[in-house]
Write a protein that binds this ligand. Sequence first.
Ligand code: NAD
Length: 433
Amino acid sequence: MNVCVIGTGYVGLVTGVVFASLGNDVICVDKNEAKIANLKRGIMPIYEPGLEEIVSRNVAEERLEFTTDLACAVSRSEVVFIAVGTPPKEDGSTDLSMVGAVAKEIAESIKAPILIVNKSTVPVGTGDFVRKIVEANRPDGTHFDVVSNPEFLREGSAIQDTLEPDRIIIGANNKDSAMKLVELYAPLERPMIMTDVESAELIKYASNAFLAVKITFANAMANICELAGADVADVTKGMGLDNRIGPAFLNAGIGYGGSCFPKDTRSLISTAESLGYDFKLLKSAVTTNEEQPLRFVEKIREVLGDLTGKKIGVLGLAFKGNTDDLRDSKAIEVIQSLVAQGAQVQAFDPVAMDNAKEILPDITYAKSSYDAATGADALVVVTEWNEFKQINLARVASILAGKVIFDGRNLYNPKQVRRHGLAYHGVGRGTRD
Ligand code: NAD
């Protein structure tokens, strides 16, 4: 099938390359000329495990192309995916200006019947919004349809998630349109849910909001555990073994961040409000999540005292492991708060340091985890990279001046850390030291 993907970011690039690897002819479009020029030279715009190899293979086998020429790409395609950003506005509602602009450009480029697929995360009603724009701007009566096919990939495992999604959601108000997407996805042999456009749009927000509430529940339990002297890792393990609950998204820490959960939760609150429903449960989760990194920094301040001039080694910058994405990263929030209180931060992240230099120009960037720990008054862990989890604690104990670890991701076993003569403070791991 001839497929075009507009927006070559995390979602667009990964979607495009996976469809190409299934044998389709795919053209990925982006308005960012530097990004497209780099992709043509084999330089990836993001860090994502396995991405470079799969892109270069599909380019070499002539199934994948990159362009800035949207009109040409659309005119060659029967299925056109919209995968542009949908950032939050100041009030939490979703800014659909990029989706609207792309819809207009698609309309002006239609030469033959096409299926337009909304893959971006968009509020309920956006299918109609796109349909109206295309109807108003297409040159003649050429047939088109708009369907919803939200994306659930996770950064850090995006290729795997796209090749083996838990489910594929197809929201279409027309059977032929739905069948076209079924045909495209059939080689993946994964469960597909067919529904109307509005329900598909809501499934994405409902899923992200539910996961955000689940993490926040674990974090709130962690806060109670701290007060009660209990260990949240055991509490959530005990909860997670209940089949009705499940263990995923119960790891307590400094709060969820990233490009999706914060904006999608606020967007759903805003949608609910516009429909006349006060989503108190979700509002409360958002507030609790905002407080979580501040509580962590407060704990550091309580243990170390005045932070002015204190040297703090920080492990992590990205919002989670296996990505260089810093959007809404709680790691950055923690560092900014430490710096605001006068601390001197020396940070290390395996892949996110180049991106971080723009946001945090005044901290020191270490060459390795051990370099970050050297001579520091404390080591603070804020991103769950595997290499941080596997760190040599004996070596850390020998180079860390302050002999204390603040583990914002509960990566370590408190007893093991203490065995190395280091004090340990996790999130919700009791107060015994
Ligand atoms: P991104 O910012 O990484 O990429 C979006 C791309 O769209 C950018 O490269 C931008 O230059 C391009 N673009 C914007 N306007 C354009 C135009 N008029 N023509 C051509 N290109 C244009 O965004 P992302 O993280 O890939 O997210 C895209 C959508 O997918 C969002 O709605 C997001 O919520 C959703 N989503 C993201 C993830 C994730 O993990 N990142 C997961 C699921 C869903």
